[in-house]
Design a protein around this ligand. Structure first.
Ligand code: FAD
Length: 469
């Protein structure tokens, strides 16, 4: 995908985001470093920090005009920070980003536990909520059981047939809402291997602001896309519109969709094995429609999370009164979300208002002040939301971590159990940086990572409860 510099800047400046360090293109790029990192999302920032900690010379080249990738905080649209991408991190006690963010003076707060359910215009009764939770447990158990079989199958194919009125809601909660794809497009093995993502924790200043803060000391060139990586020899060369960088190794953190789309050329070609793996770990669709609703017309509490009993996938997840403000977000995902976001921001906002009106009554439309919607599938440097393996695709995660000469892939899609998360992206960046440092002889096996969280015992798939996204 050839883009002019003007197009590039237009694409990345389309939204005002958290202030970032001013090391944009214009400052001369170094000609030579030890390791070059492609992409300044969570994985790229973690990788660069790890390389710096080993006292090696690093530069991060980032295609967009800001740091953060899929962690993107919009500080201009509303009177509170609006996380256009990731909102929650997980496992707060051992999460290095939370620890580092606290040191940097940022504020964190636990995500609400669980969702409330609407049935038409009333709240579900306790007995109905219990029925739904029981349906979720049975659906999860069926997927776990299927994941232990020989062949990997689609989650949808093994769902109990008697989920009754809760079938649509269970499909939404376990599929589109959790991972961005419908259960028919999700590998049972991948889902079953997903590490428990509870409890979740958010950053009041926004996750994009957090990643920007953690990347402040990293040498970084914004609006500087890598166009080609040559990796035939012992070293690598990365071409950008601002010049060529020679390095002894590279860490590539672009999303699986960006990799599979061939937006970065490789010389020689990237092995088909890795390209196929990226395609099997394609990104799901997950978008957020934000509306400002002053006066709390929905009558909800701070950070209430609402889903509805739904017969179809044409549904959404509401987070109300975020951090006690009048900002509410309506998240749409999976095949329905993909179709809707393809129709553009106006159609997305119209859906959100219609959906809220159906659940909360006719006052909603008149109450909406400002609104904004994300369209991650159309975002040229991401091309989607989060990876989840297609049926049969789970082994692809390991394949993506195999070195390509002196090039090491990182990013959420390369994490075996925390795929699709910021935590997984961060850990993958550290892992790839260590592999690259080892390759160039800058790290011996006995030196451990500085901020790597202790390995967690693998638990079952996410059950119910706190939202992942
Ligand atoms: C709407 C939404 C909600 C989400 N909610 C959550 C959540 O609540 N919790 C959670 O854990 N996860 C969530 N996720 C997923 C999470 O955001 C991602 O898993 C994580 O941020 C991925 O980080 P990464 O570093 O792997 O990739 P990215 O953040 O995509 O970083 C890759 C970087 O590479 C850059 N790049 C692309 N092409 C080039 C090039 N040619 N040259 C240089 N740079 C390039 C991109 O601009 C980008 O900055 C959500 C995602 C979305 C979209």
């Amino acid at each position: 995908m050839a883009m002019t510099r003007r197009e590039l800047l237009a694409a990345s400046a389309a939204i005002a985001v958290a202030p970032v360090p001013g090391r944009a293109w214009g400052a001369p790029l170094p000609r030579e470093v030890d390791i070059v990192v492609i992409g300044a999302g969570a994985a790229g920032v973690a990788a660069a920090r790890r390389i710096q900690a080993a006292n090696r010379k690093v530069v991060v080249v980032e295609a967009a005009g800001q740091i953060g990738g899929r962690c993107l905080t919009d500080t201009a649209a509303f009177d509170v920070p609006f996380d256009r991408g990731a909102r929650w991190m997980h496992n707060p006690e051992i999460n290095p980003m939370v620890r580092l963010g606290r040191i940097a003076g940022l504020d964190f707060s636990a995500a609400p536990l669980g969702q409330k359910i609407r049935i038409g215009q009333r709240n579900a009764r306790a007995g109905e909520t219990e029925e739904f939770l029981a349906a979720l447990v049975r659906a999860n158990r069926a997927i776990d059981d299927a994941s232990r079989g020989k062949a990997d199958v689609a989650c949808a194919s093994v769902l109990p047939k008697d989920l009754g009125d809760w079938a649509g809601t269970a499909e939404f909660v376990l599929g589109a809402s959790a991972f961005g794809k419908d259960l028919g497009d999700i590998s049972a093995m991948d889902k079953a291997r997903a590490q428990d993502r509870n409890p979740a924790i958010g950053c009041r200043q926004g996750l994009g602001s957090l990643i920007a803060r953690l990347g402040e000391q990293v040498p970084l060139a914004l609006a500087t896309p890598a166009s080609r990586i040559s990796w035939s020899g012992r070293d690598v060369a990365v071409e950008t519109p601002a010049g060529k960088i020679a390095a002894r190794a590279a860490v590539v953190t672009v999303s699986s969709n960006v990799l599979a789309a061939g937006n970065i050329r490789f010389t020689p070609e990237i092995p088909k094995r890795q390209l196929d793996a990226a395609a099997k770990l394609s990104l799901g669709s997950y978008d957020r429609i934000a509306v400002q609703l002053p006066g709390n017309p929905l009558g909800l509490a701070r950070d209430d999370v609402i889903i509805e009993q739904s017969k179809s996938t044409r549904t959404a997840l509401l987070t109300a009164n975020i951090w006690g403000s009048s900002l509410c977000t309506i998240d749409v995902a999976g095949s329905f979300g993909r179709d809707l976001s393809g129709q553009g921001e106006k159609a997305m906002i119209a859906f959100a208002v219609e959906w809220l009106t159906r659940l909360f009554g006719s006052d909603v439309a008149a109450a909406v002040r400002k609104s904004s919607a994300t369209r991650w599938n159309a975002s040229p440097f991401t091309l989607g939301a989060m990876s989840v393996a297609l049926p049969g695709g789970q082994p692809s995660r390991k394949i993506l971590t195999e070195p390509i000469g002196s090039v090491f892939l990182a990013g959420e899609a390369t994490h075996e159990t925390l795929w699709g998360t910021v935590d997984g992206a961060w850990e993958s960046g550290e892992r790839a940086a260590e592999a690259a440092l080892r390759k160039i002889g800058a790290l011996s096996d006995s030196i451990a990572a500085p901020s790597r969280a202790p390995k967690q015992r693998r638990r079952g798939a996410q059950r119910t409860g706190a939202p992942v996204n």
